[in-house]
Design a protein around this ligand. Structure first.
Ligand code: GLN
Length: 194
C-alpha cells in the first residue's frame, strides 16, 4: 500500500511520520508528474487553505486530483485539508475541491482560543488527543455524512464514503489511531464514492 501526501505547503512531514509508524509507505505530491504514480489513498495536510488552493491551480494539480477523489480515491484532510475538501465555506468564499457535503467555518475559534489541546471521542476509536490550530469546524453536515467527533457541540470530524476530515491534527500527537482508522476503514474498507 502507498499513500500520496500533498506536499505543497503545511504539515505534510508529520503525516508521513504517522504513516511510517504504521509501516505504511508514502510519497510526496509536489508536481503534476507525481500524480502518475499509483496511490491507494491521499492525505491533504493542514496549513493555509487559500495558499494551498492557489498552488493546486498554479501547478495544474487541481483537476486531476479532484477527478481522482470523485472517482473514489480514499482521502483524508486535516484542518486546511478539510477546508479544501468541503462543498461550502461559510461567508462568501467559493469552495476548492467541493467533494464532501459539509459547510465549514474557517478560523472558527476566534483569537483567544486560536490554538488548543483537548481530548474527546472519535467514534469507534475512543477518547483521543486533539490539537486545534486556527481550526475550522463543520457548521452543517449533509445527510450522507457520518459525524465522528464533536467538541463543545461542534462537529470536528466526519466521513462520507471515501472522504475523512478532521478539524484537528492527529498527526501532531503520538496517537496514530486516526491514521490507522483511515488505512483500515477508508482505504481498505472499500469505501465507495461520495
Ligand atoms: N486557518 C487555516 C485555514 O483557514 C487552517 C489552519 C490549519 O490547517 N492548521 O486554512
Amino acid at each position: 500500500m502507498i499513500i500520496g501526501v500533498l506536499a505543497l505547503q503545511g504539515g505534510f512531514i508529520e503525516h508521513i511520520r504517522m504513516l511510517q509508524s504504521l509501516q505504511i509507505g508514502s510519497f510526496e505530491i509536489r508536481k503534476k508528474e507525481d500524480l502518475n504514480k499509483d496511490m491507494d489513498g491521499l492525505i491533504i495536510p493542514g496549513g493555509e487553505s487559500t495558499t494551498m488552493g492557489k498552488l493546486l491551480k498554479d501547478l495544474d494539480l487541481y483537476n486531476d486530483l479532484k477527478k481522482k477523489i470523485q472517482e473514489g480515491l480514499p482521502t483524508f484532510g486535516t484542518c486546511a485539508g478539510m477546508i479544501l475538501l468541503a462543498k461550502k465555506i461559510a461567508d462568501k468564499e467559493s469552495a476548492h475541491f467541493g467533494v464532501i457535503d459539509i459547510e465549514v467555518r474557517r478560523n472558527a475559534y476566534g483569537r483567544q482560543l486560536g490554538s488548543f489541546l483537548t481530548e474527546a471521542e472519535f467514534k469507534g476509536i475512543g477518547i483521543i488527543p486533539m490539537t486545534f490550530i486556527r481550526a475550522p469546524y463543520i457548521e452543517v453536515a449533509g445527510p450522507g455524512v457520518e459525524i465522528l467527533s464533536e467538541v463543545d457541540n461542534r462537529i470536528v470530524a466526519a466521513r462520507s464514503k471515501n472522504i475523512l476530515v478532521t478539524s484537528y491534527h492527529p498527526e501532531l500527537t503520538s496517537d496514530n489511531r486516526v491514521h490507522r482508522y483511515f488505512i483500515e476503514e477508508v482505504v481498505n474498507g472499500k469505501a465507495g464514492v461520495g
